[in-house]
Design a protein around this ligand. Structure first.
Ligand SMILES: N[C@@H](CCC(=O)N[C@@H](CS)C(=O)NCC(=O)O)C(=O)O
Length: 212
């Protein structure tokens, strides 16, 4: 059985939703980031990076959201969570997922964990100030993707990119960092996901509020 190590509402939410959408046989194990459980030796042994998500499989532990999402999609082909038979389309999906991981997530991290990137009070203030600007640039790019009326990130078909985007759209309201009203199509996408049974089940399982 797969074991997903997650923290409520964190980026691990995407993998959690993907496992549920896939109908996977899995157990969700909560890691308390607030109390620093990710840095305890038992967890570091499992994931030396001290982060969530981590997915324990029968062959070992996978980390990094785009990798875990791709793995879930490939190991549950019947759920059709990725274009598994089309290498270019699969790569294109992973390019979007990497953009979320390396640009969008990192933009948020400059506000949530500035000490990871800069030193000193002035540096921290500058890092935090950069987050809303960077998020605006990235979310405008994402909004543009939906200009053709597509319901999901990659078109008519739902893929693992959708719950991954959902995580970061939920975060737009955190600490007033983003301007959700500027991205109506992205917000409509979030509402579309809110109605999916798998999303509702995982939101309830993680104890998250609907109103963010
Ligand atoms: N590149 C990783 C980032 C994982 C990550 O930063 N996870 C955060 C939660 S969203 C975390 O575990 N933070 C704990 C910490 O930084 O101590 C991924 O995409 O999975």
């Amino acid at each position: 059985m797969l074991k997903l190590f997650y923290s409520p509402g964190a980026c691990s939410l995407a993998s959690h939703i993907a496992l549920e959408e896939a109908g996977a046989d899995y157990e969700a194990v909560r890691v308390d980031l607030k109390s620093g459980e990710q840095n305890r030796p038992e967890y570091r042994k499992l994931n030396p990076k001290g982060r969530v998500p981590a997915l324990a499989t029968e062959r070992g532990v996978l980390t990094e959201s785009p990798v875990i999402l791709g793995y879930i999609a490939q190991t549950h082909p019947e759920a059709k969570l990725a274009p598994n038979d089309d290498s270019f389309a699969f790569g294109d999906m992973q390019a979007f997922n990497m953009f979320l991981a390396a640009s969008v997530h990192v933009a948020y991290a400059h506000a949530f964990r500035p000490e990871r990137y800069v030193k000193g009070e002035a540096g921290v203030a500058a890092a935090k100030a950069r987050t809303p600007e960077a998020l605006d640039e990235y979310f405008n790019q994402i909004e543009d993707r939906f200009a053709d009326g597509r319901p999901y990130v990659h078109g008519e078909a739902y893929t693992v990119s959708d719950p991954y985007l959902y995580v970061f759209t939920r975060w737009l309201e955190r600490d007033g960092l983003g301007h959700p009203e500027r991205y109506p199509q992205v917000l409509a996408h979030r509402q579309r996901l809110d109605t999916r049974p798998a999303v509702r089940k995982v939101i309830a399982a993680e104890g998250l509020p609907w109103e963010i």
